[in-house]
Design a protein around this ligand. Structure first.
Ligand code: SF4
Length: 285
């Protein structure tokens, strides 16, 4: 389950993102949530069957000082509840990556989003190499890597192949690979993008599964635009995780009761966690 711990006002210009300060969207800015709010959200997530709790902050890079200390406390709180903790906070220095590792962080999410060649059409405020550098620092710190991309941003199949090639060239492979379908949000430059054919998502997931056989491939944003049948095909193609809950950072997500019904209809179950909390985690076929 994913929680936005600091929403909106991001200085980056990712063309798909309603949290960018460059675009006028319905997202309301908010400061870093309190430890109390975080704890209550994490406890609720655990009660609903999540084993990994992800915390996202709309930052270009992590500000050192009280905000970063608060994030470190949040990581400890989530770990203390027996769940895996994941953060997505933007670019990291090596010292920050090491501090997150010391706090017990399980995984760090930092998506490559798309191919190196198409990157400049989507984001101009940072480079692909900066992205790769943060991924290398995370790997160096011993925290596992969550890294994936988005399809449906106007790219062609070659771009998607190149993204997958980049991901599969990381050594070792990212332990977690989120594959997102663009959510076309009003006010962002990609709001009027033509809807991508869901079969392209299925093909992308299948290729990710073949290229990175041991990775958890997460069917992430954009599930609301998919029929139950399209989601079933994604699972058959190799997706073995979804995000639970009604929101993914700022975009809508199917509710847990719908997911439960769908998994039951498909004869699928939630994996039982190996963590101390003994709560279910990723989706297993
Ligand atoms: S995707 Fe992340 S880095 Fe890009 S604008 Fe949104 S919050 Fe900022």
């Amino acid at each position: 389950m994913l929680l936005s711990i600091k929403t909106g006002g991001c200085p980056e210009d990712c063309a798909y993102c309603p949290q960018s300060a460059h675009y006028r969207t319905d997202v309301t800015r908010s400061e870093l949530v309190s430890i109390e709010e975080l704890t209550s959200a994490a406890e609720q997530a655990r009660g609903q069957g999540a084993t990994r709790f992800c915390m996202g902050a709309a930052w270009r890079d992590v500000p050192d000082g009280p905000a970063f200390s608060q994030v470190l406390t949040m990581v400890r709180v989530v770990r203390g509840l027996g769940m895996e903790a994941c953060c997505t906070l933007g670019m990291l220095t090596q010292a920050q990556a090491d501090a997150l590792a010391d706090a017990g962080l399980t995984a760090y999410n930092h998506n490559l989003d798309t191919s190196p060649e198409f990157y400049g059409s989507i984001i101009t405020t940072r480079t692909y190499d900066e992205r790769l550098a943060t991924l290398a620092r995370v790997r160096q710190s011993g925290v596992t890597v969550c890294c994936g991309g988005i399809i449906g941003m106007g790219e062609d199949r070659h771009v998607r192949y190149r993204l997958l090639q980049q991901l599969a060239s990381l050594d070792p492979h990212p332990e977690s690979v989120p594959v997102n379908m663009l959510v076309r949000v009003e006010g962002t430059p990609l709001a009027d993008m033509k809807a991508e054919d869901p079969f392209e998502l299925v093909r992308t997931i299948a290729a990710a599964r073949i290229l990175m056989p041991a990775s958890i491939v997460r069917l992430s944003a954009g599930r609301l635009s998919l029929t139950d049948e399209a989601q079933a095909l994604c699972f058959l193609a190799g997706a073995n995780s979804v995000f639970l809950g009604e929101r993914l950072l700022t975009t809508p997500n199917p509710g847990t009761s719908h997911d439960e019904q769908l998994l039951n209809r498909l004869g699928m179950r939630l994996t039982v966690s190996t963590s101390d909390a003994k709560v279910p985690a990723d989706v297993a076929g």
